[in-house]
Design a protein around this ligand. Structure first.
Ligand code: HEM
Ligand SMILES: [Cu+2]
Length: 693
């Protein structure tokens, strides 16, 4: 019987104790992962206490409304969750390598693994990563002080963190659902999965999805309203264009997902019948709603990645981006078309041939603007001053592999072929083929490029290069064989197989996943090596790569207020043009006090309230859920009565900091492109024009 206090939560639901109840390989892996998570949490708390940094952590990070810090916190969430996601990928592959008539894990556990893995990777790795980049870069690139709604920005971060927390908690208390990242009912319906698993998914998705929609609005308004004087739309950096299109997608694509998840909650909690097979329900309604979000979602992830690749192509070949207008147009086309193709996710579920053909053609058409982008990048590299830096290695891997992934997408867009490979490993190969070289490589490349901007020192090149190569090789070994496995007929989400033909492939991909694990660990070690060597790698002057857009015209790390005075923009790639004209870094004549939003605990409080609400809903602790839900509007209302609090950075301080930076620039020797990876690089790049002179 449920208790009033704890709902349906009992001692037996604490999953990490399962290993003592049933000592098996399966439980060892499952509980072991849970224990690792608990230990990691204790370790973090211990370290913060040991170094006595709780105060700094609270004031300068958790409560900060600075878009740069919020962006960095999103990236941290992404990396932490990625550690779990990659580990789960390796565990799944290890299972599948042994899964001829069996495997090391129980089928139920395997199903939970692909469900948490998919959910984590999409919603709590890829999404935080792109939100992180957009937060960090948009205001800097458009010459603004912050986002349009800084407090809402902090709240979005809190909601994302609360959702991620649900995924972490589900490993320790209870279990997760087994219906994949899309959580299709009726499979995840009450009749089939009465436990807490689908509810963990529902509330994680609802809470974080709400946050993402709010960020979408925030990004769009920031770009519409906060651009520096002179920055017309056609002078915006390409990343901002992709960010704007992404923001619009976020605003319109997240609500169908949130609504679908809430309708599923109504089915599960209150016996509604939206998606059941009886009493007038129809699960196709779910498929439509989910993929109305799901397809645009892949462009929410890939468009900012295109933006990152565009910026780094131009920067590391020291050339104006070729075909700016066509890139912008292609981005807009993709954003609009992404809403017209969602049925390709259920070609085999009984649509008429006419419907399938229409959506098949619409899908294939997206290849055209995507192809335009590939040509634009290639043309930018052509006769550029190309340097084989870490981001360029990722770009190379991306260009080759992403084309492969795109081509397999065209194959899938053909409904007749789709019938053959539907729900096979071919699909697994395809979407990893676009997400890894597309989104993940872009993020890793972008981290390398903009890290010095955020923290003031470069990342070590050598381990980062090793990591990049390992990612490319690891991806290829892990996922390319799966195209063949799929064609041979091995279904996705299948915990075991009885045909020995599959076994060698499964062993190869398992080895590949170890290479990816090595790539991830190497990448993590880059931060450690670089931190130790940070004095030598410091680039305080702010322009280590001969950057082209406004964010490079500031010191590194960027001061809290971004720009001493709001810049005026007269051209595209404003900073590069100024450098070519020989007058970048002009000190302002007059300084003013700068107002910035003061730190606020509201984001954190809403994070806690949303997390407690979700947890209480999962476990049917109705009293707690009601309290936590009520807390959210209460916090907002109370906050709205407090006088608008700002911090003021006095003009004198801005002046002193800016003049110190200017003096350092005057004294610095600009480094040439050949020297940029040496310790001579203090962040003052000599342009090729100056070199030629
Ligand atoms: C790091 C190396 C990775 C490995 C070894 C890996 C491995 C796997 C495996 C074995 C599956 C299950 C396939 C099946 O059900 O038969 C899977 C599913 C999935 N993966 Fe990955 N993966 C990796 C990275 C990623 C990344 C970076 C993303 C996205 C950002 C991602 C997103 C997904 C999704 C969405 C699913 C589908 C889950 C579902 O079936 O509902 N994976 N992955
Ligand atoms: Cu799609």
């Amino acid at each position: 019987m449920d208790s009033f206090l704890f709902g349906r939560l009992t001692f037996d639901d604490i999953a990490i104790f399962n290993v003592f109840r049933d000592f098996s390989m399966n439980e060892l892996v499952a509980s072991g992962a849970g224990w690792l998570e608990v230990l990691a949490a204790v370790g973090v708390v211990g370290l913060l206490t040991y170094y006595r940094v709780w105060g700094v952590f609270w004031r300068e990070w958790l409560c900060s409304q600075d878009h740069k810090k919020i962006g960095i916190m999103y990236m941290v969430i992404g990396f932490v969750m990625m550690a779990r996601g990659v580990a789960e990928g390796v565990v799944m592959r290890a299972h599948l390598a042994t899964a001829l008539d069996g495997g090391i894990l129980a089928p139920q556990h395997f199903a939970e693994l692909f469900s948490t893995h998919g959910t984590i990777m999409i919603f709590f790795v890829a999404m935080p990563f792109i939100a992180g980049f957009m937060n960090f870069l948009i205001p800097l690139q458009i010459g603004a002080r912050d986002m349009a709604f800084p407090l809402m920005n902090l709240i979005s971060l809190g909601l994302t963190a609360a959702g991620a927390m649900m995924l972490l908690v589900s490993l320790v208390v209870g279990q997760f659902e087994t219906g994949g990242w899309a959580a299709y009912p009726p499979f995840t319906g009450k009749a089939f999965q009465p436990g807490v698993g689908p509810d963990y998914w529902i509330w994680a998705i609802v809470v974080s999805g709400f946050g993402s929609m709010l960020s979408g609005i925030n990004f769009a308004v920031t770009i519409y309203k906060m651009r520096a004087p002179g920055m017309t739309y056609m002078r915006m950096p390409v990343f901002c264009w992709t960010a704007l299109c992404t923001a619009i997608l976020l605003t319109f694509a997240m609500p169908p997902l949130t609504v679908a998840a809430l309708m599923q909650a109504l089915d599960r909690y209150l016996d509604f019948h939206f998606f059941t097979n009886d009493r007038g329900g129809n699960m196709m309604n779910y498929a439509n709603l989910f993929w109305m979000f799901g397809h645009p979602e892949v462009y929410i992830l890939i468009l900012p990645a295109y933006g990152i690749f565009s910026e780094l192509t131009a920067t590391y070949s020291a050339k104006t981006l070729y075909g700016y207008a066509s890139l912008v147009l292609a981005t807009m086309c993709i954003a609009v078309m992404s809403f017209t193709v969602w049925v390709h996710h259920f070609f085999t579920m009984g649509n008429s041939a006419t419907v399938n053909v229409a959506f098949g053609i619409a899908t294939m058409l997206i290849a055209i603007p995507t192809g335009v982008k590939m040509y634009v990048w290639l043309a930018t590299l052509w006769r550029g001053r190309v340097r084989l830096t870490v981001p360029m290695i990722y770009l190379g891997g991306f260009m080759v592999l992403f084309v492969l992934g795109g081509l397999s997408g065209i194959i899938l867009a053909n409904p007749t072929i789709n019938y053959q490979v539907h729900n096979s490993q071919f699909i697994v190969a395809h979407f990893h083929n676009v997400i890894l070289p597309g989104v993940v490589f872009a993020v890793l490349a972008g981290v390398h490029m903009w890290f010095p901007k955020a923290f003031g020192f470069r990342l070590e090149e050598r381990p980062a290069k090793i990591s990049a190569v390992l990612w490319i090789v690891g991806f290829s070994v892990t996922f390319l064989p799966l195209y063949f496995v799929g064609l041979l007929g091995y279904p996705r989400r299948s915990a075991s197989y009885s045909d020995a033909t599959f076994e060698p492939y499964m062993i190869v991909t398992a080895l590949g996943s170890l290479i990816i694990l090595a790539a991830f660990v190497t990448f993590a070690s880059v931060f450690w090596f670089s931190w130790r060597n940070r004095a030598a790698l410091a680039v305080p002057l702010g322009d280590p790569w001969d950057g082209r857009t406004l964010e490079w015209a500031t010191p590194a790390p960027v001061p809290e207020y971004n720009f001493p005075v709001i810049p005026e923009v007269a051209s595209r790639e404003a900073f590069a043009v100024e450098k070519a004209a020989g007058r970048p870094y002009v000190a302002p004549d007059e300084y003013e006090d700068i107002h910035l939003p003061a730190p606020s605990a509201v984001g954190f409080m809403i994070c806690v309230a949303a997390g407690v609400f979700s947890f209480a809903m999962v476990w049917w602790m109705w009293w707690l859920a009601a309290l936590a839900l009520l807390a959210i509007p209460t916090i907002l209302v109370v906050r709205s009565f407090s006088p608008d609090r700002h911090i003021i950075i006095p003009a004198a301080q801005v002046k002193a900091e800016t003049q110190a930076w200017m003096r350092a620039i005057d004294e610095a020797r600009g480094v040439t492109r050949d020297e940029e990876l040496t310790n001579a690089n203090r962040g003052y790049a000599r342009t090729d024009l100056q070199e030629a002179a």
